[in-house]
Design a protein around this ligand. Structure first.
Ligand code: SF4
Length: 297
């Protein structure tokens, strides 16, 4: 049986969001596995009421309350053993991030980043290489005090080879300016350096293959504060899968720096009401950096 897919774009987007959420939780098979049609459509057999009334003696009045029976699970078919395993079995542990490299003198940061880029080369270490146009290494000041980490390149980034240059990038620039900084003052990189097909979330093996380069960039730049933009960024930076709400609002130690977590700009474009909460997160970063917001003109 194929479940109907809604035609309404808003409903499609909402459904896609929900599927992404399930996928984030690691239960992707929930929506990939075919549903057993019989389990959804089989009608309960109709009781032969009249026959039962004639044949059966009248029921004695019972005063004790019967134990509640578990309600029938009509969609039990989709809870396959695979899903149960993914819910019950412990998650596969994340590979340990590379050990933190020794700090370099500031004048060597630029050359060290160049060396990492050369090492990546025309990378084919993971399947994301198959669909990319340009590797999006990272961009910004090699001695930045503030380092933003996103998920992966989108279409604009893939075309230009630069992180956060589309609509989300414009919003990130506005966020940086609101903090009293310029884009050239900060460093920006992603968990994966090649665009995932159709902007999907990177698969764990892709993120684990690429993220060591990100850790090395962080170790070279040595920012005071890292701002993780969204769930994927914080998950692969920390190796812990928790809801974004569990990360936000607090400063977390990470590789000798301070990690602050906020929403991804793409999410803020979809839900502008969350901008005020993102601003609250950025104010934590500003406090840690000793920054004050510029006066409004
Ligand atoms: S995403 Fe990273 S590891 Fe995968 S091909 Fe691109 S640069 Fe290489």
């Amino acid at each position: 049986m194929t479940l109907p897919f809604p035609n309404d774009p808003a409903m499609r987007e909402a459904l896609s969001e929900r599927l992404r959420f399930y996928r984030e939780l690691g239960i992707g098979e929930f929506y990939r596995r075919p549903v057993d049609e019989a389990a959804w459509t089989q009608a309960e057999p109709e009781p032969q009421l009249e026959e039962a009334r004639v044949a059966a003696p009248p029921e004695p009045v019972r005063r004790e309350i019967p134990a509640a029976a578990a309600p029938p699970v009509r969609n039990a078919a989709i809870f396959s053993s695979q899903i149960e395993e993914s819910l019950i079995a412990p998650r596969k542990p994340f590979p340990a991030p590379p050990p933190q490299a020794a700090a370099l003198p500031p004048e060597q940061h630029f050359a060290a980043l160049k060396l990492i880029r050369e090492e990546i080369g025309d990378c084919t270490r993971c399947d994301l290489s198959k669909g990319r146009n340009k590797i999006v290494f990272g961009d910004g000041h090699p001695e930045a005090k503030l380092f933003f980490v996103g998920e992966g390149p989108g279409a604009d980034e893939d075309a230009q080879g630069l992180p956060f240059v589309g609509r989300g990038g414009q919003l990130l620039n506005n966020m940086i300016n609101a903090m009293g900084l310029k884009r050239e003052d900060v460093y920006i990189a992603n968990v994966v350096k090649c665009r995932p097909p159709a902007n999907r979330t990177p698969e764990p093996d892709e993120a684990h293959t690429c993220s060591p380069f990100l850790f090395r960039q962080i170790d070279v730049v040595r920012p005071q504060v890292i701002v993780a933009l969204g769930q994927t960024a914080v998950t692969y930076l920390t190796g812990e899968k928790k809801p974004l709400s569990a990360w936000r609002g607090t400063v977390h130690p990470l590789r000798g720096t301070k990690l602050i977590v906020t929403y991804h700009p793409a999410f803020l474009l979809r839900d502008p009401n969350q901008k005020k909460h993102a601003w609250a997160d950025l104010q934590i970063a500003m406090r840690e950096l000793g920054l004050t917001a510029p006066a409004r003109k």
